[in-house]
Design a protein around this ligand. Structure first.
Ligand code: NAI
Length: 333
C-alpha cells in the first residue's frame, strides 16, 4: 500500500524534526509519497501569504498531513496559520498524549494521559477588536455542537483505548455561560458512556493537581485555550517540548504535528529533539491502521530513550537531531 501524505516542513526547527520523522517512518517500511508544500513565515516573501493555496489544495486532496511548527508573530502581524488550518478543515479535536518514558529524567514514573482539546472555538475563534484606543475585546465562543462533538470524541477515544476515566476541565464557576455550557455538554455525553468514569475540575485546581499527582489522570477534555496551556504543562512533566506529539482530527482530514513551536532559539543547530514529531508520525500510522509499524517505531524510541546515550541535549545527551533519528532507525526490527 502506498500512501500520499502532505508534508509541511515548517519554520525554525521544523525542517530538522520533520526530516528526522520522515526518515524513521520510511525506515520502518511505510511506503509514502510525500507531497511537500511550504507554509509559514518562511514563504511570505515568495508567496505573499503564510498559507499558500497549494498547501490547502494538497491537504484537501490527500486528507492527511504531517507538519512541522509554524512561526506566528506575537502581538501584531499575520494570524496563526495553525489556527487557520484547524478552522479550514474543521479539525475539531486536538489530541495530545503525555507519557513518561524510562530513561528520561523526571519526577514522575507513571504518567500516561491524553489531552483532548477543542480546536476550533473558544478565544481562538479570533473574534476580537479594539474598543477605541485603550480597550480591547476578545469574544469567547463556545457552542453546544462544538463542545458535544469533541467530548464525544474524548469518550470514544477512552473506550477504544480501554481507558477508565474522562475528566472535563473548565472554569464554569466564573464563566457560567460559556464554560457552563461546555460542562453541561460534558455531563450530557457522559451519560451515554456508563462504562467510563467521569469527573470534572476547575482548570486552576487541575494545574495544581497535575503537578502533584499527574498519574491520577487518564483522558482530559478541555476547551481550546485551557487545552493549549495545560498540554504544555503536561509536556513539562515528561521531559519537555521535545516529548510532546499531537494530532488534529476532523471528520475527513487529519493533521499530525508536534505540540512545540518553531524554537527559534535552537533552530539550524541540529540539536532539536525530533521525538515529538516522530511520535506524531506514530499517531499518524495508527490513524492509518498501520499498527505494526507504529509499534515498531514506538519500541525503537523506547529503547533509545532507555539507553539514554543517543539523545539530544534537552534530554541531557550530546546527540544531534540526525544522530538520534539514526539511533532509532538502528533499533527498528
Ligand atoms: P517553542 O515550543 O518553539 O519553544 C519553547 C521552548 O522549548 C524553547 O526553549 C525551545 O528551544 C524548546 N523546544 C521546543 N521544541 C523543542 C524540541 N523539539 N527540542 C528541544 N527543545 C525544544 O515555543 P515558543 O518559543 O513560544 O514559540 C516559537 C514560535 O513557534 C512562535 O512563533 C509560536 O507562535 C510558534 N508556535 C507554533 C506552534 C505550531 O506550529 N503548532 C505551536 C507553538 C508555538
Amino acid at each position: 500500500m502506498q500512501y500520499k501524505i502532505t508534508l509541511i516542513p515548517g519554520d525554525g526547527i521544523g525542517p530538522e524534526v520533520t526530516n528526522a520523522a520522515v526518515k524513521v517512518i520510511e525506515a520502518a517500511g511505510v511506503n509514502v509519497e510525500w507531497d511537500i508544500v511550504n507554509a509559514g513565515a518562511g514563504v511570505i516573501e515568495e508567496a505573499g501569504t503564510p498559507l499558500p493555496e497549494a498547501v490547502l489544495e494538497s491537504i484537501r486532496n490527500n486528507k492527511i498531513a504531517l507538519k512541522g511548527p509554524l512561526t506566528t508573530p506575537v502581538g501584531s502581524g499575520f494570524r496563526s496559520v495553525n489556527v487557520a488550518l484547524r478552522k479550514e478543515f474543521d479539525l475539531y479535536a486536538n489530541v495530545r498524549p503525555t507519557k513518561t518514558f524510562a530513561g528520561v529524567e523526571n519526577k514522575f514514573e507513571n504518567i500516561d494521559l491524553i489531552i483532548v482539546r477543542e480546536n476550533t472555538e473558544d478565544l481562538y475563534a479570533g473574534v476580537e477588536h479594539m474598543v477605541g484606543k485603550d480597550a480591547a475585546e476578545s469574544i469567547k465562543i463556545i457552542t453546544r455542537e462544538g463542545s458535544t462533538r469533541v467530548v464525544r470524541y474524548a469518550f470514544e477515544l477512552a473506550r477504544k483505548q480501554g481507558r477508565k476515566k474522562v475528566t472535563a476541565v473548565h472554569k464554569a464557576n466564573i464563566m457560567k455561560c460559556s464554560d457552563g455550557l461546555f460542562l453541561e455538554c460534558c455531563r450530557q455525553v457522559a451519560t451515554e458512556y456508563p462504562d467510563i468514569e467521569f469527573d470534572d475540575s476547575i482548570v486552576d485546581a487541575m494545574c495544581m493537581r497535575l503537578v502533584q499527582y499527574p498519574e491520577n489522570y487518564d483522558v482530559m477534555v478541555l476547551p481550546n485555550l485551557y487545552g493549549d496551556i495545560v498540554s504544555d504543562l503536561c509536556a513539562g512533566l515528561v521531559g519537555g517540548m521535545g516529548m510532546a506529539p499531537g494530532a488534529n482530527i476532523g471528520k475527513d482530514v487529519a493533521v499530525f504535528e508536534p505540540v512545540h513551536g518553531s524554537a527559534p532559539d535552537i533552530a539550524g543547530q541540529n540539536i532539536s529533539n525530533p521525538l515529538s514529531t516522530i511520535l506524531s508520525g506514530v499517531m499518524m500510522l495508527r490513524h492509518l491502521d498501520e499498527h505494526e509499524k507504529a509499534d515498531n517505531i514506538q519500541t525503537a524510541v523506547e529503547a533509545v530513550l532507555a539507553e539514554g546515550k543517543d539523545v539530544t541535549p534537552d534530554l541531557k545527551g550530546t546527540a544531534s537531531t540526525d544522530e538520534m533519528a539514526e539511533a532509532i532507525i538502528n533499533k527498528l526490527k
